[in-house]
Ligand binder design. Structure first.
Ligand SMILES: *Cc1c(COP(=O)(O)O)cnc(C)c1O
Ligand code: SF4
Length: 462
């Protein structure tokens, strides 16, 4: 025993230890910096000061398909422009792309770019919806006691004070409500409306079991500083409320706001600090999907939140060709940790209309999870969840009662949310065998596959 320890203390090389890694392989620390927007003709003359100004970003955010296609002239082929035009025509979401986001897309390879895939639809890649897909598949409106407030779980509720976002994502779960009406979908209206907010507050205050409020939308970035204060103050004043989270995709698509919209950041900070004095937790939840969405600008913004003691957590949507590989997801998770954001959830893509090309299977999620876990701190390792269609809430993807990889049906239960019910998730048809795809085109076969899956699940449930 003694001999061995002496040996370690000697000058011999420490062969048994791992060799140090080459720092250049630590890619999670390598963030895009400099004037990366310079290659977009429309922004080639824009100074760093202008580009970092959130007001400039907002003013130049593209909200018309024709304007977006105009900005792409010369950057992509005419065929791609046509493809995108047709894609938008069929899309359930409106367009909203900031100059920052547009600059991060690699327009030399637009078909494969993971950011383009999320925000700019192309008709040639669209796939038919799964036959079991329904708009508002999460039944958020059925669990809503007042408009814009979903009370599904025992002690927490989702408040949607606003129906606009700093960006519109193709894959949005709330495409039934978010953004302006498109050719395809007439939206439910959740515009900021003080009367409606008051009814939501009254409901929250009247429910002693409610402790935790998610303020989402839409997106908290689109609330004015004054509205952040008002909502924050109203909720902090309720003795039953112990926790709240402002949810925003902002840091991923326009980090400039955190750097230069002082009124907004100060309003948020004041609520966080007031909450801290009352021993209540107020945090920010955000939504990064790909490691390239985190730049040196993002880091500067998140550093500012860190300095103000604001906890930031992240939710990611698993999407095909965006982040559905162990390498990309691990890089994202490590990079989030590097900029002090806690990876919280990775969602198996909800059943959303018009984006079947973005979905992946539960099996893919499980495979990626296995590879990510262990790569970094456990508290920075996200949980992979299925938000059970039909209002079962988020379930650990592994916790299915039954999963048939051949039919793509997984069955979940949610004893603490909706006891006695069964919730089904359907893998996208494009990942199933041709024979099974054929079965899904017959309504009788569909019924038979679903009935079998539920029967098998019932055999297991305790
Ligand atoms: C996601 C969600 C919440 C918050 O759930 P957590 O698992 O605590 O993040 C609350 N209400 C609804 C309706 C939700 O969808
Ligand atoms: S930011 Fe969130 S709510 Fe808004 S469109 Fe994107 S996913 Fe939907």
């Amino acid at each position: 025993m003694q001999a061995t320890s002496l040996k370690v203390l000697s000058n011999e090389p420490l062969l048994s230890l791992k060799p140090a890694v080459d720092p250049s392989t630590l890619t999670h620390k390598q963030l895009v910096e400099g004037r990366f927007w310079g290659h977009i003709p429309a922004y080639s003359e824009i100074s760093e000061e202008q580009f970092l100004d959130h007001a400039w970003q907002s003013k130049h955010t593209i909200t018309k398909v024709s304007k977006l296609l105009e900005a792409l002239q010369g950057l992509v082929s005419p065929a791609f422009i046509q493809d995108a035009e047709l894609g938008f025509h069929r899309a359930p979401m409106s367009v909203r792309v900031s100059p920052y986001l547009l600059s991060l897309i690699d327009w030399n390879d637009p078909y494969n770019d993971p950011l383009r895939i999320q925000f700019v639809p192309v008709a040639s890649r669209l796939l038919p919806d799964h036959p079991q897909l329904h708009l508002d598949s999460l039944h958020e409106q059925e669990d809503a006691p007042v408009p814009g407030l979903t009370h599904r779980y025992p002690d927490k509720a989702l408040f949607l004070p606003v129906d606009t976002c700093p960006v519109y994502c193709r894959f949005c779960t709330r495409s039934y409500a978010v953004g302006i009406d498109t050719d395809e979908v007439e939206k439910v209206n959740f515009r900021a409306n003080e009367e409606r907010w008051k009814r939501a507050y009254q409901y929250i205050a009247s429910r002693p079991e409610l402790e935790d409020i998610v303020i989402s939308g839409g997106d908290a970035y689109n609330l004015r500083a004054q509205q952040i204060s008002e909502i924050g103050e109203a909720l902090l004043a309720m003795p039953n409320i112990r926790r709240m989270r402002f949810a925003t995709k902002g840091p991923a698509v326009m980090p400039q706001k955190i750097l230069t919209d002082h009124a907004w950041v100060d309003a948020l900070t004041a609520i966080v600090e007031k909450g801290r004095k009352l021993h209540k937790e107020v945090v920010l939840h955000t939504h990064f999907n790909h490691p390239r969405e985190i730049t040196a600008i993002t880091q500067a913004a998140l550093n500012k939140l860190m300095e103000r003691g604001i906890t930031v957590r992240n939710q990611t949507v698993l999407q095909r060709d965006v982040n559905d590989s162990p390498e990309t997801m691990t890089l994202l998770v490590k990079r989030l940790g590097h900029v002090n954001v806690h990876p919280y959830y990775v969602y198996v893509h909800d059943l959303v209309k018009g984006v079947e090309d973005l979905r992946t299977s539960v099996d893919t999620a499980l495979h990626i999870e296995k590879n990510v876990r262990g790569a970094t701190a456990g508290f920075n390792t996200p949980m992979f969840v299925v938000d059970a269609p039909g209002g079962g809430g988020k379930r650990d993807a592994h916790s299915y009662e039954y999963y048939d990889r051949e039919t793509g049906i997984s069955v979940y239960t949610a004893p603490s949310v909706k006891p006695g019910q069964y919730f089904l998730y359907f893998d996208p048809l494009h990942q199933l065998s041709t024979a099974t795809q054929r079965r899904w085109s017959s309504p009788t076969e569909q019924d038979s596959m679903i009935t079998t899956a539920i029967a098998k699940a019932k055999e297991r449930v305790r």
